[in-house]
Design a protein around this ligand. Sequence first.
Ligand code: NAP
Length: 501
Amino acid sequence: MIANETVSSYLSRLASNAPTPGGGAVGALHVAHGAALISMVAKFTVGERFEHVQNQIEPLIIQSEQLIEEALLIADQDEYLFNDLIQAYRLPRDTQEQKAYRLQVIQAATKTATIPQIRTVKLSERILQSADTLVLIGNKSVISDVAAAAESAKAALATALVTLEININSIEEKPTKSELIDYAKLAEKLIQFADTITGKVRQKLKPQPNNDGQLNSTLSGKPVAEKLKTTIQHQVAVLAQQDVTACLAVILATDNEATIWYVNSIKKAAQSQGIKCEVYTLHNPSEEALKTLILELNQNTAVHGIILQTPLPKNININHLINLIDKNKDIDGANPLSLGYLSAGQKAFAPATARAVMEILDYYDIPLAGEEVTVIGRSNVVGKPLTQLLLKHNATVTLCHSHTQNLSQRTKAAKIVVVAVGQINLLKDSHITTDSIVIDVGTNIDENGRLVGDVAPEVAEIAHALTPVPGGVGTVTTTLLLLHTVEAAMSLSNANVLNVA
Ligand code: NAP
């Protein structure tokens, strides 16, 4: 049995001038390769991110294992049926009777020898159907192997097709001939199907051109936020079953119009997701008044998340206040304790902006393990917690700040560059390469009153990918404040330990 042979022994038998194994067995083994690749991709499509497709993934794994077994049996079947055919051709043909008998046996053996080819076509069809499903739902990191599976099936089909065509010519029996013609046509159609699947995979791996025909490597925050909203909706429904409504308290102690607008936008977003948002507006409060409010909110069991919105009046020392926010309600990671827990690799809420960067990288399947990442800006709300999250995902991180020398050398050495400074045009084309993936955290108002990031416009033409401003990190940040609130509500209402990454 080929299944029990070593690869090198099988290959030397194949390379010899013995008649078997031959093309038929090779075709069947192409099927086995395809099925194994399908199984492998399906097994990579597991875990929390793929929970919603598990009912499609599990049957694919079971089916692929069966296909591998069947394909190996076909390879053996092809060998012995071809041997029968050879024996038929070796029959004596000295007399008319012998000739007639020999012809009859050859016809019968030829007919049976087509069985492995027909089975190869049928199995290849099943592999291509699985591959077509995996292009849509499979883990993108291994999606190229779906194309490899489709190409294996295509090779199997091409091999079977050639043999079928030979046999169509030599078989005289009409029903068999027409059955073989049908399978040959099916094989041709499936070869085209395989090309379509490979095309879909290649398309998926390519940056998409936009309407101007330019490379669209924009890492929009919108779909990331939409995906997170699905999780929020699910958790809001779970909380509703326990009669809990997640509630976010925002302390607002400024007349700054932009800040008031921002807080109102959080409130609107919260309400649209079924989350309560209470804004505590204080005009010129004392530090004591703010302390009292924070301590009250810590005690209030109906409140699950607390944000102390900046800026605060000049006479207030923010450090005296953020230290008071209950760690379990610190949904924007403001309390230095949260940063401490993150640094120690323990569970705590990261500032929403830092997590937003991580969610964007995850959504666009940008691998981090072993990759160089340069972060510009070392604030407690972005640079430092983000560094911790990146380290947790095994990236090698360089954290830069206003005293960093040779910034462009450090940014060019990294695959991913995150800019969180608050200076228009800080990151220029001289800082990046065509392979750079740039995450722009900065929010600035330019001379025309428009919201812009820290990245100069020309970077978009060079970088491999870039988050837009607006519509990038900020979009995801707001949604994460809400997700953190429901996560806090889940752990507080279940009296659980903090259940966040
Ligand atoms: P921050 O506290 O002012 O920190 C700025 C950081 O940039 C500091 O670490 C500073 O270094 C560094 N820096 C300043 N000039 C530099 C230079 N020339 N080269 C390299 N590094 C330099 O600011 P932040 O609160 O982290 O915010 C940063 C930006 O992100 C702002 O535009 C802010 O509006 C934006 N932001 C956006 C969101 C969002 O959701 N999109 C959320 C939060 C913040 P030193 O430490 O040496 O001073």
